[in-house]
Design a protein around this ligand. Structure first.
Ligand code: SF4
Length: 480
């Protein structure tokens, strides 16, 4: 496992990103980035002005790469050369090449939506380059249609009945939070009441996300829906979505409450249609519950249903995934989101794996998801044949094999909230614990984003709301 020594530059983070890609973890020590104990061979990453070279010595001869006429900006050139060196040393290549960021579509836009440029500049594989360019074009068309001064409202309910094995998101399980839930819903509504009137006429989308919002006790879910309706004060809003999440949290009563509050989009996220996998990941429902939830949502009048699947769930083969995709398509949701399994740091999945795996993402990948690439390669053309187009895409750290998550839609059903959230060109107001707000500031280079996080801890969020409101108001008004 090599050590990279930086000479004439301090791009430790870009170098660490590439080292993480290949070795799963690394550490910075002075001007070196090290991924393991052996520290051999030593790779030199040298910069002199805009000239960058990467080299190492080996028993089979010296190897050296230097920037030529097609050089990228320095940080990217450093990464590109290091990617070449490590590919040669390890024999490994990654589907997104030297791209380590979470938004490949931004790079596709910079490359004029040209897959060839993505391949030449970053060594992105041909299939990924094509899908990135297609997704970026669709995303741009949608983003251009969203009014620049619009505001997108996120309302966070960060609770679930249990935590799925692969998930690191929910901060609390409903069962352990019973006493505090009423205070949380009241605080959330207070936050909406305080801020939402100031966005009057500008709110283009409302997204109630989780966790599993529909897992709230009936009385609190009703209180939440009424609170949202009252805060919005009858404003005409183009899109209202509830991310219900787990099928077994959906009831006739909460579907009706959502519809009465003006919500006509719902996310029902099965992840898989196999009982043994549902059991393994900690879901407490049957595949039948998925069909029932979708039929019930349709009966209740939801015009857009999104369904999430995960490629690479432990123990699943490509055929298993194909079956889940086929069943999802058979239910005709307007949106399908295909995720790649991530080995999230705080997930039970990661904890369940042997400690020695921490240093080697490839071992985890080999054990957990050898078929992810096949699953994704199958899903894209299959969804295209069934009328679904990709419209947003993101990557997560720790995704096995370095793959991506893609949101697909049928015509006219793309989620404005997701598009705006991913696009980083519109203001997002996040209410609730851990919710993030984004203020977009046009700049000479396009747009600059400033973020304001709500307190992540539930009790901290509940405490001292007035002080929190004061700071957030100042942020939204551009005073801090
Ligand atoms: S339902 Fe969703 S948010 Fe909740 S634990 Fe499972 S994956 Fe995570």
């Amino acid at each position: 496992v090599p050590k990279v020594v930086l000479v004439g530059h301090e791009d430790r983070i870009p170098v660490s990103d590439v080292m993480n890609l290949f070795f799963g973890s690394c550490r910075i020590s002075g001007n070196a980035v090290i991924a393991g104990d052996s520290e051999e061979p030593v790779i030199l990453s040298e910069r002199n002005g805009t000239d960058i070279c990467t080299s190492y010595r080996s028993t089979s001869g010296d190897r050296r790469w230097c920037s030529g006429p097609d050089r990228l900006v320095p940080k990217r050139e450093v990464k590109r050369q290091l990617y070449q060196a490590l590919s040669e040393l390890t024999g490994r290549r990654f589907p997104w090449g030297s791209l380590t960021g979470i938004r490949p579509t931004l790079m596709a836009a910079e490359c004029d939506y040209d897959p060839e440029q993505l391949r030449d500049r970053f060594y992105v594989s041909a299939p990924k380059a094509i899908i990135a360019a297609e997704t970026a074009r669709n995303e741009k068309r949608l983003l251009d249609d969203i009014p620049q001064d619009s505001v997108h409202l996120y309302i966070g309910i960060p609770f679930c009945s249990t935590r799925c094995e692969y998930c690191s998101f929910p901060m609390a399980e409903y069962g352990k939070m019973t006493a505090i839930l009423p205070a949380y819903i009241d605080a959330l509504i207070r936050e909406l009441d305080f801020f939402v009137p100031s966005f009057a006429g500008r709110i283009a989308s409302v997204y109630v996300g989780g966790g599993t919002p529909t897992g709230l006790p009936t009385e609190l879910f009703t209180r939440l829906m009424h609170g949202i309706e009252r805060a919005l004060g009858g404003q005409r809003i183009g899109e209202r979505t509830v991310e219900a999440g787990r099928p077994d949290s959906i009831t006739g009563r909460n579907l009706q409450e959502m519809r009465e509050a003006g919500f006509d989009r719902i996310c029902i996220n099965p992840q898989t249609f196999h009982q043994r996998t549902l059991d393994r990941i900690g879901r407490r429902h049957s595949p039948e519950a998925i069909y029932e939830a979708v039929y019930a949502a349709r009966d209740a009048g939801f015009a857009t249903i999104n369904m999430d699947l995960i490629a690479g769930l432990q123990g699943e083969t490509t055929d298993d995934f194909r079956f889940s995709l086929a069943e999802t398509i058979r239910l005709s949701p307007e949106n399908i989101t295909v995720h790649s399994l991530s080995l999230k740091r705080t997930s039970d999945l990661k904890r369940h794996l042997a400690a020695d795996m921490d240093a080697d993402v490839h071992e985890a990948f080999d054990r957990l998801g050898p078929d992810i690439a096949d699953m994704l390669a199958y899903s894209h053309p299959t969804l295209a044949e069934n009328g679904y187009k990709p419209y947003y895409m993101y990557r997560q750290k720790d995704t096995l094999g370095g793959h991506e998550n893609i949101g697909y839609t049928t015509p006219g059903h793309a989620c404005v909230y997701n598009t705006a959230m991913m696009g980083d060109r519109h203001t997002v107001f996040g209410a609730g614990a851990k919710a993030m707000s984004k203020r977009v500031i046009p700049s000479t280079e396009g747009y600059r984003i400033e973020r304001f996080p709500n307190k992540a801890d539930i009790r901290a969020y509940l405490a001292d709301q007035e002080e929190h409101f004061r700071k957030k108001r100042a942020f939204l008004d551009g005073l801090v």
